[in-house]
Design a protein around this ligand. Structure first.
Ligand code: AMP
Length: 287
């Protein structure tokens, strides 16, 4: 039986009794509208931890676009059923005032350095500050041993790793989980619910573009290949925030590749009003 808790104090007292008995706590933070990608994180936590906590909270401070926040899908009844079926132990379902009792105006800020200047950081100003604010609060409440994150949000994993270091929580083990995809290759995302069937087929082109980079990239200049594929996507009607290759460890953009370092190909693409992100890691010869 899954327990649903709405208040931090109830969550803390529930979890502390398990912790005292030496139970390892796994935590999967989400914004709901759950799909198989989320479930894969729950499953991994169920395998590795003694107790699995999932949170559902659509965090207003990480939406730089108010229309995106307003249209974010909410499917709570179905989410609860899926979590129960998967054997999740605790669902933390806070209201906005529980997370931000003094409002959202004077929240903490985090020194994310370069990570905030590129890709999602550059195109979604304030987004990663919002992510850090909410994950900091959620992680304080849950105090997990293991934290499960999806590689689909590649840069977000790096940002959360940094936030944990800044806040002195290095003992929490980050578990990065592979991106689950639809049969046509499209990365599963809550935002896919905003696409119709024809659009879902079209946006699979994003992953095909990333795969083309992975298969065709060679040491030396990377920009002409990447630009060619980005232009193909534009011709298919996509608007592109970024479509680039970067160093997989630092996210520094790579225009000339030595063939050795691991790369990550990163994409953020709009179809109509819906913005989708995806990425693929491309191992270098030294890994
Ligand atoms: P969200 O609800 O979008 O904030 O995502 C919650 C967690 O699920 C994050 O760690 C995401 O990276 C992860 N996630 C989202 N989509 C996928 C996917 N397709 N495969 C694996 N993990 C995912």
């Amino acid at each position: 039986m899954m327990i649903i808790l709405k208040h931090i104090r109830d969550l803390e007292s529930h979890l502390s009794s398990h912790r005292k008995r030496g139970k390892k706590i796994g935590f999967v933070p989400t914004m709901g509208a759950l799909h198989e990608g989320h479930m894969s994180l729950i499953r991994k936590s169920r395998e590795e931890a003694d107790l699995t906590v999932c949170s559902i909270f659509v965090n207003p401070t990480q939406f730089n676009d108010p229309a995106d926040y307003d249209k974010y899908p909410i499917t709570l009844g179905q989410d609860i059923r899926m979590l129960e079926q998967e054997g999740c132990d605790v669902l933390f379902l806070p209201a906005r005032a529980e997370i931000y009792p003094s409002g959202t105006n004077d929240l903490k800020s985090y020194d994310l350095g370069f990570l905030e200047k590129v890709y999602e950081g550059k195109f979604r100003p304030g987004h990663f500050q919002g992510v850090c604010q909410v994950v900091d609060i959620l992680v304080s409440a849950v105090n997990p041993d293991l934290l499960y994150l999806g590689q689909k949000d590649y840069q977000q994993c790096m940002v959360i790793d940094r936030m944990l270091a800044i806040t002195g929580r290095n003992e929490i083990e980050l578990q990065l989980c592979p991106t689950l995809r639809e049969p046509n290759g499209l990365a599963m995302s809550s935002r896919n619910r905003r696409l119709n069937e024809e659009e879902r087929q079209r946006v699979a082109a994003i992953q095909r573009g990333l795969l083309r980079i992975k298969h065709q990239i060679e040491p030396g200049d990377t920009t002409s290949l990447v630009n060619e594929i980005a232009n193909d996507l534009r011709q298919q009607g996509f608007r592109i925030d970024y479509f680039e290759v970067a160093d997989a460890k630092t996210l520094a953009p790579i225009g000339e590749w030595n063939g050795k370092t691991d790369l990550v190909a990163l994409a953020a693409v709009f179809l109509g009003e819906v913005r989708l992100i995806d990425n693929l890691v491309i191992p270098g010869s030294s890994s």
